[in-house]
Design a protein around this ligand. Sequence first.
Ligand SMILES: CC(=O)N[C@H]1[C@@H](OP(=O)(O)OP(=O)(O)OC[C@H]2O[C@@H](n3ccc(=O)[nH]c3=O)[C@H](O)[C@@H]2O)O[C@H](CO)[C@@H](O)[C@@H]1O
Ligand SMILES: C=C(OP(=O)(O)O)C(=O)O
Length: 430
Amino acid sequence: MDQYIIKGGKMLTGSVEIGGAKNASLAIIAAAIMTDETVIIENLPDVEDVNVLLQAIQGIGAVVERVDRHCVKINGSTISSVSVDYEYIKKIRASYYLLGALLGKYKMAQVALPGGCNIGSRPIDQHIKGFKALGAEVTIEHGMILAKAGTLQGKHIYMDVVSVGATINIMLAAVMAEGITDIENAAKEPHVVDVANMLNSMGANIKGAGTDVIRVNGVSRLHGTTYSVIPDQIEAGTFMFVAAVTRGDITVKNVIPKHLEAITSKLLEIGCTVEEYDDSVRVKGSESIVCTHVKTLPYPGFPTDMQPQISVALAMAKGTSTITESIFENRFKYVDELRRMGASIKVEGNTAIIDGVNQFTGAQVSAPDLRAGAALVLAGLAAQGLTLVEDIRFIQRGYEDFDGKLRALGAQIEEVSSEKDVQKFKLKVG
Ligand SMILES: CC(=O)N[C@H]1[C@@H](OP(=O)(O)OP(=O)(O)OC[C@H]2O[C@@H](n3ccc(=O)[nH]c3=O)[C@H](O)[C@@H]2O)O[C@H](CO)[C@@H](O)[C@@H]1O
Ligand SMILES: C=C(OP(=O)(O)O)C(=O)O
């Protein structure tokens, strides 16, 4: 079982290049199969979720050609099945985008109920509500969702909750529907806008992405495109917090600073310095972290996918902080692991009450999910002594070369898979 071993306590400095957004890429790959022409996607991150989705579309007959590590050519003209294998689906959340894409293109889709991080109950009722509103019949049998329609007809759809996945999925299903679809109370995340931009570059007619109301004017066909995915807001935010927790000085490159505003403002509140440039941000940690209060919210609020990472910084702050998780009910599973490292955190309902401690101490911990895993690495970087983070397959779902990027900033971290590797690391770091 692969693990990260970390010797903490080093101030990390230098610059790091951020890759394409995982969550935008996943929807964009699904969108790419909606035309029979070739789509070239650039700036794709080489992460497990993306690779699983590429295998899933190959599994139904699409041709996927890797141009280089971060660029693929996809051709959906050879798709021979609208039923996606459970083996792929169970691994990733975003497999649900194949429902919207296949339904939109072939008026029929069969996809297993999705997997992804176990951070809450994660219903998909809003996706289904949207598909039904467009005229599809949707049933769930034996763990599979089956959606089919004679024709899809544009509708006014009000979302009961703000959902990134449902907003994008309805956009995908509506893009070649007849007439106009208005999605009200839509999610405004940067990746919603990116997917709309990508679809528009394929000939779609989508307006309003990034606002509460998205209008999709159905078109009869989509064509090929070349599209470059936006930078990953969460990978960028994670490295910004690496600077905070190691009291380092890190320039995070290839980002859109506007997408990072909620993260930047919390870093300023806790005493860090943030300099913004056109496509990079420089974060300098401060000797003493100031306590604060955080509530996760849909964009432009503080992202739930950054909640575990800010928690590590606040667990090192002077005074008592609170974090209220308002999106997912089970996103504090890392707290027990952080306690092993000396953190003082109490969870009451959807709020974590955090009393800052002076120093974490290294321990053996286990990543319960993707962002929680990244947060435990951050804690290990800040801790005194050795930390072993187990189950790093979760981290690799969404971070490309996480350990390599951290090493380039001066971190002492290695991926290890045996006791022999651990001993080698110990000898190396002294
Ligand atoms: C692959 C992907 O892009 N994952 C992201 C996506 O997940 P995901 O698309 O699953 O998250 P949503 O935005 O849909 O979920 C937001 C809230 O709405 C609820 N809900 C959602 C759909 C639905 O049909 N019914 C319902 O009640 C969810 O339980 C949750 O409480 O957005 C989340 C919120 O920014 C991020 O944490 C995930 O990283
Ligand atoms: C929760 C996440 O991913 P997913 O929705 O794919 O489980 C995430 O990216 O933090």
